[in-house]
Design a protein around this ligand. Structure first.
Ligand SMILES: [Zn+2]
Length: 393
C-alpha cells in the first residue's frame, strides 16, 4: 500500500511533452467533426496543457470555423458557455446580452467523500471513483431529474467530462430563462439543503404517539427515504448500514427485525421496532440520498449562468480522453478507460514515470510505477504524461 497521499504529485507539463500532446490533439481534430447547436450564440474558452482556460470571449459564426480552429491549434481544453448570447465575444459580460442558459449538473468523483481519494489523492482517479460517480449520475437522473422535475429522457444528455466525472445537460425550453436564484433552488433541492425531517414525520418527538412517516409511493424525498430504507434492509448487508453511519447495535436490530420494519414502512408506520435516537438515524439517511455536488462557488456549474464547460466530443488536456456523450441506457456499462480512449494504439512510447498507481486502460494493465523507465502503448503513455506523472524519454 502506498504512503497516504504519496501519489499526489502532479507537476507542470514541460515544453517537449506539450508539443508531443499538441500534435496528437491536432491529428485527432483533423479527423473529427464536432457540431454544436446554435454555435454562433456560444462563448468559447481555450486552455493549454497546464491551464484549463487560458483565454475566453471567443466566438465562431459556424461549426466549420470552430472545427478549423481545433484542427489548426489542437488546444488542450475546449470549453463553451452554458449560456446563449446575442454577442458572445463582446466584453465585458453584460455587453454579450444573455439569451438564456442550459441547465447543467457537474458531478465529480472528488466531491463524493470517497475513502480511495484520500489514498490516491485528488489528481488521480481509480475504478472505484469511476464507478461511484457513474452511480451518482444515474441517481441524479433517475431519482431526481425525471420523477421530481418531470424532465423527459430525451431532454437529458450525459457527457463524460474527460477526467473523473459527468456533466448532465438538460435541454428544455422552460429552464433556459431561469436566473441564478431559481437554479440555486434546484441545486439546493437535489442536495437536500434545508430539508426538515419533521415535514415527513409529523409525530416525531411526541411521546406515546406512533411514528407515522412516508410510504414508498410518496412524492419527493419522503418516498425516496422509504424506498431507500426498504431496499437497504432487503440487501441485508451490515457493512452497508455501518458505512451509512448507523451504529452497530442499531444496524443489528434493524436487520433482525427487517420484515416487520419493511411491512410497517410500506403502510407509513415507522414504529414497528423501538429505536433510540430515531431522529438522528432517519435524518442522517435523508442526507445520504441527496446528490453530492461541489459546494464551491467557482465550481458550481448549475448556479452560474455564465459558466464555461467542456464541449462534448473534445479532448481533455489532463488525460487525453475524449469528453464523450453517453446515451442514458448505456451509462450503466460505460467505462471511461475503455470507451473514452481517443488514442488507442499498438504503437509504444518510451517514458520515465515518476509515480503512479496501477491502472487499466483499453484492456491492458499498467503499473504501479515508482520512479522508473517504461515503454507503454501510446494511449497509456499519454495518460501518464498529461496527468503529470511521466516524461518522454
Ligand atoms: Zn478512487
Amino acid at each position: 500500500m502506498p504512503r497516504r497521499g504519496a501519489y499526489e504529485v502532479k507537476s507542470m507539463i514541460e515544453q517537449k511533452e506539450i508539443e508531443f500532446a499538441g500534435s496528437l490533439f491536432k491529428k485527432y481534430y483533423a479527423g473529427a467533426r464536432i457540431d454544436i447547436e446554435k454555435v454562433g450564440e456560444k462563448e468559447f474558452g481555450f486552455g493549454d496543457f497546464n491551464n484549463k482556460i487560458s483565454f475566453r470571449h471567443f466566438a465562431f459564426k459556424t461549426n466549420e470555423d470552430f472545427n478549423a480552429y481545433l484542427k489548426q491549434n489542437g488546444p488542450g481544453f475546449v470549453s463553451f458557455s452554458s449560456a446563449f448570447y446575442m454577442h458572445p465575444a463582446a466584453r465585458p459580460m453584460p455587453n454579450k446580452i444573455w439569451n438564456g442558459s442550459e441547465l447543467i449538473f457537474d458531478l465529480d468523483a472528488n466531491d463524493l467523500g470517497l475513502r480511495c481519494v484520500k489514498e490516491h489523492g485528488g489528481s488521480w482517479v481509480c475504478k472505484n471513483c469511476f464507478d461511484s460517480v457513474r452511480r451518482e449520475t444515474l441517481r441524479l437522473i433517475e431519482e431526481f431529474l425525471i420523477p421530481d422535475f418531470g424532465f423527459s429522457k430525451n431532454e437529458i444528455s450525459i457527457n463524460f467530462s474527460g477526467n473523473r466525472g459527468y456533466h448532465v445537460h438538460v435541454d428544455n425550453g422552460d429552464v433556459l430563462g431561469l436566473g441564478s436564484d431559481a437554479r440555486k433552488q434546484i441545486s439546493g433541492y437535489i442536495k437536500a439543503e434545508g430539508l426538515d425531517l419533521e415535514a415527513f414525520f409529523p409525530s416525531l418527538g411526541q411521546r406515546g404517539q406512533v411514528l407515522h412517516g412516508p410510504a414508498p409511493g410518496d412524492f419527493g424525498y419522503g418516498g425516496k427515504l422509504a424506498r431507500f430504507v426498504i431496499s437497504m434492509l432487503n440487501r441485508e448487508d451490515i457493512g452497508e448500514l455501518l458505512a451509512m453511519g448507523i451504529e452497530k447495535q442499531v444496524a443489528k436490530k434493524l436487520l433482525a427485525n427487517k420484515t416487520d420494519i419493511i411491512m410497517g414502512i410500506t403502510t407509513g408506520n415507522w414504529d414497528k421496532v423501538n429505536l433510540q435516537k430515531k431522529r438522528e438515524i432517519w435524518k442522517n439517511l435523508l442526507q445520504k440520498i441527496a446528490i453530492r455536488q461541489s459546494n464551491s462557488i467557482d465550481k458550481n456549474v448549475t448556479n452560474d449562468i455564465h459558466h464555461l464547460i467542456r464541449v462534448p466530443g473534445t479532448l481533455h488536456g489532463d488525460t487525453g480522453l475524449a469528453s464523450k456523450t453517453v446515451p442514458l441506457d448505456r451509462l450503466q456499462d460505460f467505462d471511461p478507460m475503455e470507451h473514452a480512449v481517443a488514442f488507442a494504439s499498438q504503437e509504444t512510447v518510451k517514458i520515465h514515470v515518476g509515480s503512479a498507481p496501477r491502472f487499466s486502460m483499453k484492456g491492458g494493465e499498467f503499473g504501479p510505477f515508482d520512479g522508473q523507465d517504461a515503454e507503454l502503448p501510446l494511449h497509456a503513455a499519454l495518460y501518464l504524461i498529461l496527468k503529470g506523472r511521466a516524461r518522454l524519454k
